[in-house]
Ligand binder design. Structure first.
Ligand SMILES: [Zn+2]
Ligand SMILES: [Zn+2]
Length: 373
């Protein structure tokens, strides 16, 4: 089989993986245990006893049931045919099973098993769209998500180059928590948008940031990351204001709130004018700062300190508490997922959704994107 250009995706990034379990889901896998002076080969089938991989100093041991098949510095698992997959789990951490297709390479890095999935771009994207978008949405939304996730993967495929892989499986890059979602709709959305990416007028990959819900107004990038990003700015989004993550509320003890403000921003609690301002802070539109323009306390800092869903909220003092009433979920920059899902429900197509959230971007077929075999 001639492989298309494959990506190296790190699985279980940030998870303690001293031991892993694997069972072939469908098909047949070639197991190779690489030793300094040779390779032990074996085949794995769905009916076989569960495989267990354990760290033993700088080596990996492969057990089948109770039998040690061998140990070596590297273990590879090669799929027999496309769509064959393996069910993985980390017994010491959780019993949750993650199914992934394609090939795997396992080595010991810093005393843990590093699992790399060698996977073609579109198969990876099927997992990403499912992980990032969830189930039960319209195809146009999945197509839009596929295009932005493909753009992101191609733009950032050297992000973890120093560590020896392209992208990790966490939201740091893009969530890739499983492959098999059971959704043929997602797989066909990826297939139908094959090679499609978003570019700006100068032909560069467009910065396809997205978040769960913008709260009715997207956030300017500089309010999140201090620097503007060409092509991304703040605008009103009415598609997301009645969705699941549209509103949130949180109560915090007034003393906790004031302690944070005085310790970090010298907020003068003895000053009655300042305290009066604090009684009622309304952000009708997104504001970068709390109590602006008198005090420049970044909303972003408050979000981080108090683990708030967004940086778009009102603050009212009620007795010995502050009541925060917020809008949206996530940083709010770029595409708003719940807004995009609503647009798809109303009949907008993927291009219309992308043009709304990324004004100035164009959907193009990317010659650098690998072709189908
Ligand atoms: Zn990453
Ligand atoms: Zn929105």
């Amino acid at each position: 089989m001639v492989l298309a250009q494959n990506l190296r995706i790190r699985l279980y990034d940030g998870v303690a993986t001293k031991e892993l379990q694997c069972v072939v889901g469908t098909g047949e896998y070639l197991l190779e245990i690489h030793q300094s002076d040779g390779v032990i080969k074996s085949y794995l089938l769905p009916t076989f006893a569960q495989g267990r991989i354990k760290v033993n100093n700088s080596n990996l041991q492969f057990f089948q049931g109770a039998n040690l098949l061998g140990q070596g510095i590297k273990i590879t698992l090669i799929q027999g045919a496309k769509e064959d997959f393996i069910n993985w789990s980390v017994p010491l951490v959780s019993s949750k099973v993650r199914a992934y297709e394609s090939d795997f390479e396992l080595t010991v890095v810093k005393g843990q098993i590093q699992v790399i999935n060698h996977v073609d771009l579109d198969t990876y994207l099927e997992g990403v769209v499912s992980s990032e978008g969830g189930s039960g949405h319209q195809k146009a939304y999945y197509q839009a998500q596929a295009i932005i996730s493909r753009t992101y993967a191609l733009a950032y495929q050297n992000r973890h180059q120093k560590e020896g892989y392209a992208l990790c499986d966490r939201v740091h890059c893009q969530a890739y928590l499983h492959k098999r979602s059971g959704s043929a709709l997602i797989d066909s959305a990826v297939y139908q948008t094959h090679q499609m990416v978003l570019k700006d007028a100068s032909g560069k990959y467009f910065p396809t940031f997205f978040s769960a819900n913008c709260g009715g107004q997207t956030c300017p990038p500089q309010d999140v990351w201090n620097e503007p990003i060409s092509g991304l700015y703040s605008f009103v989004d009415t598609f997301c204001i009645h969705t699941k993550q549209a509103n949130w509320q949180k109560r915090i003890p007034l003393t906790t709130w004031l302690d944070f403000l005085t310790a970090n921003y010298d907020f003068p609690i003895a000053d009655s004018t300042a305290m009066a301002l604090l009684q009622d802070f309304q952000s009708i539109n997104r504001s970068a700062f709390y109590l602006h323009p008198v005090y420049g306390i970044p909303m972003r800092d408050l979000r981080q300190e108090f683990k708030l869903k967004s940086s778009f909220f009102n603050v009212v003092v009620s007795g010995q508490e502050v009541v925060l009433s917020g809008k949206g979920f996530g940083h709010g920059v770029g595409l708003c997922q719940e807004g995009a899902m609503q647009m798809a429900k109303k009949g907008y197509n993927a291009t219309q959704i992308l043009e709304f959230y990324y004004p100035g971007a164009v959907v193009v077929k990317d010659a650098h994107s690998p072709t189908k075999e």
